[in-house]
Write a protein that binds this ligand. Structure first.
Ligand code: FAD
Length: 387
Protein backbone atom coordinates (compact mmCIF):
# COMPACT_ATOMS: atom_id res chain seq x y z
CA UNK A 1 0.00 0.00 0.00
CA UNK A 2 1.71 3.15 -1.21
CA UNK A 3 -0.95 5.82 -1.46
CA UNK A 4 -4.26 6.93 0.05
CA UNK A 5 -6.77 9.69 -0.58
CA UNK A 6 -8.59 10.72 2.62
CA UNK A 7 -11.95 12.44 2.04
CA UNK A 8 -12.70 14.85 4.90
CA UNK A 9 -10.55 16.69 7.43
CA UNK A 10 -12.46 16.25 10.69
CA UNK A 11 -11.17 14.33 13.69
CA UNK A 12 -11.26 10.97 11.88
CA UNK A 13 -9.71 12.19 8.62
CA UNK A 14 -6.95 14.01 10.51
CA UNK A 15 -6.16 11.03 12.68
CA UNK A 16 -6.06 8.39 9.96
CA UNK A 17 -4.01 10.75 7.75
CA UNK A 18 -1.48 11.20 10.54
CA UNK A 19 -1.07 7.45 11.10
CA UNK A 20 -0.93 6.66 7.37
CA UNK A 21 1.63 9.39 6.64
CA UNK A 22 3.70 8.29 9.62
CA UNK A 23 3.74 4.77 8.20
CA UNK A 24 5.21 6.11 4.95
CA UNK A 25 2.02 6.16 2.85
CA UNK A 26 1.64 9.01 0.30
CA UNK A 27 -1.48 10.74 1.66
CA UNK A 28 -3.68 13.30 -0.08
CA UNK A 29 -6.40 14.87 2.08
CA UNK A 30 -9.33 16.35 0.15
CA UNK A 31 -11.63 18.58 2.23
CA UNK A 32 -14.73 20.36 0.89
CA UNK A 33 -14.36 23.35 3.21
CA UNK A 34 -11.47 23.60 5.70
CA UNK A 35 -10.15 21.42 8.54
CA UNK A 36 -12.67 21.04 11.39
CA UNK A 37 -15.35 22.90 9.41
CA UNK A 38 -17.78 19.99 9.78
CA UNK A 39 -19.14 18.27 12.89
CA UNK A 40 -15.71 18.40 14.54
CA UNK A 41 -16.08 22.18 14.72
CA UNK A 42 -19.58 22.15 16.25
CA UNK A 43 -19.44 19.45 18.89
CA UNK A 44 -19.66 19.11 22.66
CA UNK A 45 -16.55 16.90 22.47
CA UNK A 46 -16.44 15.49 25.98
CA UNK A 47 -14.94 12.11 26.75
CA UNK A 48 -18.07 9.93 26.58
CA UNK A 49 -16.47 6.59 27.45
CA UNK A 50 -18.76 6.12 30.48
CA UNK A 51 -21.87 6.08 28.24
CA UNK A 52 -20.73 3.17 26.12
CA UNK A 53 -21.94 -0.40 26.10
CA UNK A 54 -21.46 -3.30 25.42
CA UNK A 55 -18.16 -3.86 27.22
CA UNK A 56 -16.08 -4.24 24.03
CA UNK A 57 -17.31 -0.83 22.86
CA UNK A 58 -16.62 0.70 26.26
CA UNK A 59 -13.06 -0.70 26.01
CA UNK A 60 -12.62 0.80 22.55
CA UNK A 61 -13.70 4.23 23.83
CA UNK A 62 -11.43 3.91 26.84
CA UNK A 63 -8.56 3.07 24.52
CA UNK A 64 -9.44 6.17 22.46
CA UNK A 65 -9.35 8.28 25.59
CA UNK A 66 -6.00 6.81 26.64
CA UNK A 67 -4.51 7.39 23.18
CA UNK A 68 -5.62 11.05 23.34
CA UNK A 69 -3.44 11.32 26.43
CA UNK A 70 -0.47 9.76 24.62
CA UNK A 71 -0.88 11.69 21.36
CA UNK A 72 -1.43 14.96 23.17
CA UNK A 73 1.79 14.47 25.13
CA UNK A 74 3.66 13.54 21.94
CA UNK A 75 2.35 16.30 19.65
CA UNK A 76 0.82 19.21 21.50
CA UNK A 77 1.50 19.11 25.23
CA UNK A 78 -1.77 19.05 27.15
CA UNK A 79 -3.48 21.68 24.99
CA UNK A 80 -6.34 19.83 23.22
CA UNK A 81 -7.03 17.35 26.05
CA UNK A 82 -8.52 19.25 28.98
CA UNK A 83 -8.93 17.22 32.19
CA UNK A 84 -12.00 18.19 34.26
CA UNK A 85 -14.28 16.21 36.56
CA UNK A 86 -17.67 15.21 35.15
CA UNK A 87 -20.61 15.83 37.51
CA UNK A 88 -23.98 14.25 36.81
CA UNK A 89 -27.30 14.39 38.58
CA UNK A 90 -30.96 13.65 37.88
CA UNK A 91 -34.25 15.24 38.85
CA UNK A 92 -36.47 12.18 39.24
CA UNK A 93 -36.08 8.82 40.86
CA UNK A 94 -36.07 6.72 37.66
CA UNK A 95 -33.35 8.88 36.08
CA UNK A 96 -31.36 8.82 39.33
CA UNK A 97 -31.54 5.02 39.50
CA UNK A 98 -30.35 4.87 35.87
CA UNK A 99 -27.36 7.10 36.74
CA UNK A 100 -26.53 4.93 39.77
CA UNK A 101 -26.79 1.74 37.72
CA UNK A 102 -24.48 3.16 35.06
CA UNK A 103 -21.97 4.32 37.68
CA UNK A 104 -21.99 0.88 39.27
CA UNK A 105 -21.57 -0.82 35.87
CA UNK A 106 -18.60 1.27 34.75
CA UNK A 107 -16.99 1.12 38.21
CA UNK A 108 -17.07 -2.66 37.79
CA UNK A 109 -15.15 -2.10 34.54
CA UNK A 110 -12.47 -0.11 36.38
CA UNK A 111 -13.82 3.37 35.58
CA UNK A 112 -12.98 6.11 38.08
CA UNK A 113 -16.34 7.36 39.39
CA UNK A 114 -18.17 7.55 42.70
CA UNK A 115 -21.32 8.87 44.36
CA UNK A 116 -21.01 12.04 46.42
CA UNK A 117 -23.26 14.51 48.27
CA UNK A 118 -24.22 17.61 46.25
CA UNK A 119 -22.10 19.71 48.65
CA UNK A 120 -19.03 18.67 46.59
CA UNK A 121 -20.29 21.09 43.92
CA UNK A 122 -18.93 23.93 46.07
CA UNK A 123 -15.35 22.69 45.55
CA UNK A 124 -15.56 21.03 42.15
CA UNK A 125 -17.75 23.59 40.36
CA UNK A 126 -18.17 26.78 42.41
CA UNK A 127 -19.81 28.55 39.44
CA UNK A 128 -22.77 26.14 39.66
CA UNK A 129 -25.76 27.26 41.74
CA UNK A 130 -26.08 24.54 44.44
CA UNK A 131 -29.84 25.16 44.52
CA UNK A 132 -30.02 23.94 40.91
CA UNK A 133 -29.26 20.43 42.11
CA UNK A 134 -32.29 18.95 43.82
CA UNK A 135 -30.73 15.48 44.03
CA UNK A 136 -29.51 13.83 47.24
CA UNK A 137 -26.37 12.56 45.56
CA UNK A 138 -24.43 13.19 42.39
CA UNK A 139 -22.12 11.01 40.29
CA UNK A 140 -18.54 12.27 40.06
CA UNK A 141 -16.20 10.99 37.32
CA UNK A 142 -12.67 11.91 38.34
CA UNK A 143 -10.45 10.80 35.44
CA UNK A 144 -12.13 12.38 32.46
CA UNK A 145 -11.81 15.39 30.17
CA UNK A 146 -13.21 17.43 27.30
CA UNK A 147 -11.40 17.97 24.03
CA UNK A 148 -10.64 21.08 21.98
CA UNK A 149 -11.57 19.20 18.80
CA UNK A 150 -10.48 21.84 16.22
CA UNK A 151 -7.09 22.08 17.91
CA UNK A 152 -6.81 18.28 17.79
CA UNK A 153 -7.64 18.27 14.06
CA UNK A 154 -5.04 20.94 13.29
CA UNK A 155 -2.33 19.28 15.42
CA UNK A 156 -2.84 15.91 13.71
CA UNK A 157 -3.05 17.35 10.20
CA UNK A 158 0.06 19.47 10.75
CA UNK A 159 1.88 16.35 11.93
CA UNK A 160 0.61 14.44 8.87
CA UNK A 161 1.96 17.21 6.62
CA UNK A 162 5.32 17.02 8.39
CA UNK A 163 5.30 13.34 7.40
CA UNK A 164 4.65 14.28 3.77
CA UNK A 165 0.83 14.43 3.49
CA UNK A 166 -0.65 16.84 0.96
CA UNK A 167 -3.86 18.71 1.80
CA UNK A 168 -6.44 20.31 -0.53
CA UNK A 169 -9.11 22.51 1.06
CA UNK A 170 -12.22 23.91 -0.57
CA UNK A 171 -12.37 20.87 -2.87
CA UNK A 172 -15.51 18.71 -2.89
CA UNK A 173 -15.29 15.08 -3.98
CA UNK A 174 -18.02 14.49 -6.55
CA UNK A 175 -17.08 11.10 -7.98
CA UNK A 176 -15.01 7.97 -7.49
CA UNK A 177 -12.96 6.19 -10.11
CA UNK A 178 -13.06 2.42 -10.52
CA UNK A 179 -10.49 0.20 -12.18
CA UNK A 180 -11.78 -3.32 -12.64
CA UNK A 181 -13.92 -3.87 -9.58
CA UNK A 182 -11.81 -1.66 -7.35
CA UNK A 183 -12.11 1.99 -6.28
CA UNK A 184 -8.87 3.63 -7.34
CA UNK A 185 -9.35 7.35 -6.81
CA UNK A 186 -11.58 10.39 -6.43
CA UNK A 187 -12.84 13.10 -8.75
CA UNK A 188 -13.56 16.67 -7.74
CA UNK A 189 -14.91 18.57 -10.73
CA UNK A 190 -12.10 18.61 -13.27
CA UNK A 191 -9.50 17.40 -10.75
CA UNK A 192 -8.74 13.83 -9.78
CA UNK A 193 -6.42 11.87 -7.54
CA UNK A 194 -5.55 8.17 -7.80
CA UNK A 195 -4.68 6.01 -4.81
CA UNK A 196 -4.48 2.40 -3.65
CA UNK A 197 -7.16 3.20 -1.05
CA UNK A 198 -9.76 5.94 -0.70
CA UNK A 199 -10.70 6.56 2.96
CA UNK A 200 -14.21 7.87 3.49
CA UNK A 201 -14.01 10.25 6.50
CA UNK A 202 -16.78 12.60 5.33
CA UNK A 203 -18.67 12.47 8.66
CA UNK A 204 -22.38 13.16 8.05
CA UNK A 205 -21.52 13.29 4.32
CA UNK A 206 -20.10 9.73 4.39
CA UNK A 207 -23.35 8.22 3.15
CA UNK A 208 -23.07 10.37 0.02
CA UNK A 209 -19.48 9.27 -0.64
CA UNK A 210 -20.48 5.61 -0.14
CA UNK A 211 -23.42 6.06 -2.51
CA UNK A 212 -21.01 7.15 -5.27
CA UNK A 213 -19.68 3.58 -5.12
CA UNK A 214 -23.12 1.96 -4.85
CA UNK A 215 -22.65 1.20 -1.14
CA UNK A 216 -25.47 1.94 1.31
CA UNK A 217 -24.14 3.08 4.68
CA UNK A 218 -26.77 2.83 7.44
CA UNK A 219 -26.15 6.32 8.75
CA UNK A 220 -28.50 8.89 10.27
CA UNK A 221 -27.87 12.61 10.56
CA UNK A 222 -28.79 13.96 13.99
CA UNK A 223 -28.25 17.71 14.42
CA UNK A 224 -27.25 19.39 17.66
CA UNK A 225 -27.02 23.03 18.73
CA UNK A 226 -24.13 24.30 20.84
CA UNK A 227 -23.70 27.83 22.15
CA UNK A 228 -20.46 29.31 23.38
CA UNK A 229 -20.27 32.18 25.89
CA UNK A 230 -17.66 34.69 26.87
CA UNK A 231 -15.86 34.08 30.21
CA UNK A 232 -18.19 34.25 33.22
CA UNK A 233 -17.84 37.32 35.44
CA UNK A 234 -17.78 35.34 38.69
CA UNK A 235 -15.10 32.82 37.67
CA UNK A 236 -14.77 29.91 35.26
CA UNK A 237 -16.71 26.69 35.06
CA UNK A 238 -14.25 24.08 36.34
CA UNK A 239 -16.15 20.87 35.56
CA UNK A 240 -18.17 19.17 32.86
CA UNK A 241 -21.78 19.21 34.07
CA UNK A 242 -24.54 16.84 32.92
CA UNK A 243 -27.66 18.19 34.64
CA UNK A 244 -31.29 17.40 33.73
CA UNK A 245 -31.97 18.87 30.28
CA UNK A 246 -28.61 20.66 29.96
CA UNK A 247 -24.94 19.77 29.46
CA UNK A 248 -22.16 22.30 30.10
CA UNK A 249 -18.41 22.39 29.79
CA UNK A 250 -15.63 24.98 29.77
CA UNK A 251 -14.30 26.34 26.44
CA UNK A 252 -10.71 27.03 25.36
CA UNK A 253 -11.48 30.77 25.65
CA UNK A 254 -12.53 30.51 29.31
CA UNK A 255 -16.29 30.62 28.61
CA UNK A 256 -18.96 27.92 28.63
CA UNK A 257 -20.30 25.59 25.96
CA UNK A 258 -23.91 24.44 26.38
CA UNK A 259 -26.00 21.73 24.74
CA UNK A 260 -29.53 20.45 25.42
CA UNK A 261 -30.89 17.18 24.09
CA UNK A 262 -34.41 18.50 24.51
CA UNK A 263 -33.68 21.44 22.23
CA UNK A 264 -31.82 19.20 19.75
CA UNK A 265 -34.94 17.03 19.46
CA UNK A 266 -36.73 20.03 17.92
CA UNK A 267 -34.17 20.52 15.15
CA UNK A 268 -34.75 19.19 11.63
CA UNK A 269 -32.93 16.24 10.12
CA UNK A 270 -29.87 17.96 8.62
CA UNK A 271 -27.65 21.04 8.92
CA UNK A 272 -29.80 24.17 9.03
CA UNK A 273 -29.47 27.81 10.03
CA UNK A 274 -29.87 28.45 13.75
CA UNK A 275 -33.49 29.53 14.33
CA UNK A 276 -34.11 32.86 16.07
CA UNK A 277 -34.58 32.45 19.79
CA UNK A 278 -33.06 28.98 20.16
CA UNK A 279 -29.62 30.12 21.41
CA UNK A 280 -31.36 32.40 23.94
CA UNK A 281 -33.57 29.53 25.10
CA UNK A 282 -30.51 27.32 25.48
CA UNK A 283 -28.76 30.07 27.45
CA UNK A 284 -31.81 30.46 29.75
CA UNK A 285 -31.78 26.75 30.51
CA UNK A 286 -28.05 26.78 31.14
CA UNK A 287 -28.35 29.83 33.43
CA UNK A 288 -30.63 27.87 35.79
CA UNK A 289 -27.47 25.87 36.62
CA UNK A 290 -24.84 28.58 36.00
CA UNK A 291 -26.44 31.91 37.02
CA UNK A 292 -23.52 34.00 35.70
CA UNK A 293 -24.37 32.82 32.20
CA UNK A 294 -27.51 34.99 32.21
CA UNK A 295 -25.23 38.05 31.99
CA UNK A 296 -22.57 36.64 29.65
CA UNK A 297 -22.60 37.38 25.92
CA UNK A 298 -23.15 34.46 23.54
CA UNK A 299 -20.16 34.51 21.20
CA UNK A 300 -21.31 31.79 18.85
CA UNK A 301 -24.20 29.39 18.16
CA UNK A 302 -23.53 26.46 15.82
CA UNK A 303 -25.45 23.44 14.60
CA UNK A 304 -23.35 20.32 14.11
CA UNK A 305 -24.67 17.17 12.47
CA UNK A 306 -23.89 13.94 14.29
CA UNK A 307 -23.09 11.07 11.93
CA UNK A 308 -24.96 8.29 13.72
CA UNK A 309 -24.78 4.71 12.43
CA UNK A 310 -28.16 2.98 12.72
CA UNK A 311 -27.08 0.80 15.65
CA UNK A 312 -24.91 3.49 17.27
CA UNK A 313 -21.60 1.70 16.67
CA UNK A 314 -18.81 2.82 14.31
CA UNK A 315 -18.71 1.82 10.63
CA UNK A 316 -15.10 0.87 9.82
CA UNK A 317 -13.66 -0.98 6.84
CA UNK A 318 -14.42 -1.83 3.23
CA UNK A 319 -17.80 -3.01 1.99
CA UNK A 320 -17.60 -6.07 -0.29
CA UNK A 321 -19.26 -4.23 -3.25
CA UNK A 322 -16.50 -1.61 -3.38
CA UNK A 323 -13.01 -2.81 -2.43
CA UNK A 324 -10.56 0.07 -2.25
CA UNK A 325 -13.08 2.34 -0.50
CA UNK A 326 -12.49 2.18 3.27
CA UNK A 327 -15.19 3.76 5.48
CA UNK A 328 -14.31 5.41 8.77
CA UNK A 329 -17.43 6.94 10.30
CA UNK A 330 -18.71 7.17 13.85
CA UNK A 331 -20.73 9.04 16.37
CA UNK A 332 -18.65 10.02 19.46
CA UNK A 333 -15.72 10.17 17.10
CA UNK A 334 -13.87 12.82 19.08
CA UNK A 335 -13.38 10.30 21.88
CA UNK A 336 -12.69 7.44 19.45
CA UNK A 337 -10.57 9.14 16.77
CA UNK A 338 -7.10 8.22 18.09
CA UNK A 339 -7.82 4.51 18.33
CA UNK A 340 -10.01 4.24 15.21
CA UNK A 341 -7.51 6.27 13.16
CA UNK A 342 -4.59 4.14 14.32
CA UNK A 343 -6.33 0.78 13.78
CA UNK A 344 -7.73 1.81 10.40
CA UNK A 345 -4.30 2.97 9.21
CA UNK A 346 -2.82 -0.33 10.38
CA UNK A 347 -5.41 -2.33 8.43
CA UNK A 348 -4.95 -0.19 5.33
CA UNK A 349 -1.16 -0.37 5.36
CA UNK A 350 -0.76 -4.04 6.27
CA UNK A 351 -3.90 -5.57 4.76
CA UNK A 352 -4.35 -7.43 8.06
CA UNK A 353 -7.70 -7.16 9.86
CA UNK A 354 -7.61 -5.73 13.39
CA UNK A 355 -9.58 -7.97 15.75
CA UNK A 356 -10.77 -4.93 17.75
CA UNK A 357 -12.57 -3.64 14.64
CA UNK A 358 -14.39 -6.90 13.81
CA UNK A 359 -17.74 -5.81 15.36
CA UNK A 360 -17.81 -2.59 13.31
CA UNK A 361 -17.73 -3.68 9.68
CA UNK A 362 -20.05 -1.64 7.44
CA UNK A 363 -21.87 -4.71 6.10
CA UNK A 364 -22.65 -6.24 9.52
CA UNK A 365 -26.13 -7.26 10.52
CA UNK A 366 -27.23 -4.64 13.09
CA UNK A 367 -27.26 -6.20 16.57
CA UNK A 368 -30.46 -5.71 18.57
CA UNK A 369 -28.78 -5.45 21.99
CA UNK A 370 -26.99 -2.14 21.47
CA UNK A 371 -27.16 0.01 24.57
CA UNK A 372 -25.14 3.08 23.58
CA UNK A 373 -26.73 5.57 25.96
CA UNK A 374 -25.97 8.48 23.62
CA UNK A 375 -28.12 6.78 21.02
CA UNK A 376 -30.87 6.03 23.54
CA UNK A 377 -30.90 9.64 24.74
CA UNK A 378 -31.40 10.79 21.14
CA UNK A 379 -34.06 8.26 20.30
CA UNK A 380 -36.00 8.89 23.50
CA UNK A 381 -36.44 12.50 22.49
CA UNK A 382 -36.85 12.54 18.73
CA UNK A 383 -38.95 10.62 16.21
CA UNK A 384 -36.92 7.77 14.71
CA UNK A 385 -35.59 8.86 11.32
CA UNK A 386 -35.09 6.16 8.74
CA UNK A 387 -31.39 5.30 8.37
C1 FAD B 1 -23.84 18.69 19.20
C2 FAD B 1 -22.85 17.55 19.16
C3 FAD B 1 -22.31 17.05 20.34
C4 FAD B 1 -21.37 16.01 20.29
N1 FAD B 1 -20.79 15.59 21.45
C5 FAD B 1 -19.79 14.69 21.42
C6 FAD B 1 -19.08 14.37 22.61
O1 FAD B 1 -19.36 14.89 23.69
N2 FAD B 1 -18.06 13.47 22.50
C7 FAD B 1 -17.70 12.89 21.32
O2 FAD B 1 -16.75 12.10 21.30
N3 FAD B 1 -18.37 13.17 20.18
C8 FAD B 1 -19.39 14.06 20.21
N4 FAD B 1 -20.07 14.38 19.06
C9 FAD B 1 -19.80 13.62 17.83
C10 FAD B 1 -18.51 14.03 17.17
O3 FAD B 1 -18.38 15.45 17.17
C11 FAD B 1 -18.46 13.49 15.73
O4 FAD B 1 -18.62 12.08 15.79
C12 FAD B 1 -17.17 13.84 15.04
O5 FAD B 1 -16.88 15.22 15.09
C13 FAD B 1 -17.22 13.38 13.58
O6 FAD B 1 -15.97 13.65 13.02
P1 FAD B 1 -15.68 13.25 11.51
O7 FAD B 1 -14.24 13.51 11.27
O8 FAD B 1 -16.21 11.89 11.23
O9 FAD B 1 -16.65 14.23 10.68
P2 FAD B 1 -16.55 15.81 10.37
O10 FAD B 1 -15.91 16.55 11.48
O11 FAD B 1 -17.90 16.24 9.94
O12 FAD B 1 -15.55 15.87 9.15
C14 FAD B 1 -15.96 15.45 7.87
C15 FAD B 1 -15.38 16.42 6.86
O13 FAD B 1 -15.65 15.89 5.57
C16 FAD B 1 -15.86 16.99 4.71
N5 FAD B 1 -16.61 16.49 3.56
C17 FAD B 1 -17.89 16.03 3.54
N6 FAD B 1 -18.22 15.67 2.29
C18 FAD B 1 -17.14 15.90 1.50
C19 FAD B 1 -16.88 15.76 0.12
N7 FAD B 1 -17.80 15.29 -0.75
N8 FAD B 1 -15.64 16.11 -0.35
C20 FAD B 1 -14.68 16.58 0.49
N9 FAD B 1 -14.90 16.74 1.80
C21 FAD B 1 -16.11 16.41 2.30
C22 FAD B 1 -16.62 17.99 5.55
O14 FAD B 1 -16.46 19.33 5.05
C23 FAD B 1 -16.00 17.81 6.91
O15 FAD B 1 -14.99 18.76 7.20
C24 FAD B 1 -21.01 15.41 19.06
C25 FAD B 1 -21.55 15.92 17.87
C26 FAD B 1 -22.45 16.99 17.92
C27 FAD B 1 -23.01 17.55 16.65
Amino acid sequence: MDSAVVVGAGVLGACVSYHLARAGVRVVVVEAARPAAGTSGATFSADVTHLKTPYAYYRLNRQGSEEHRQLSAALDGPAWRRPAPLLQWADDDAAHQALRARASRVRGWGHACHLAPPSVLRDLAPAVDPAACGADEIVVHTDTCWFDAPRFVHALLDAAVRHGAETHHGVTVTGLTRTGGRITGVRAGARSWSADTVVNCAGPGARGIAALAGVRLPLRQVPGLVIESEPLAGGPLTAIVAAPGIDLRPTPGGGVLALSWDIDARLGGTAEPVADGLPQELRRRAATVLPDLARARILDARIGVRPVPADGLPLVGEAPQAPGLYHLVSHSAVTLAPVLGRLAAHEITTGRAAAALAPYRPDRAAPDDVQDENLRAMDDRRPHAAP
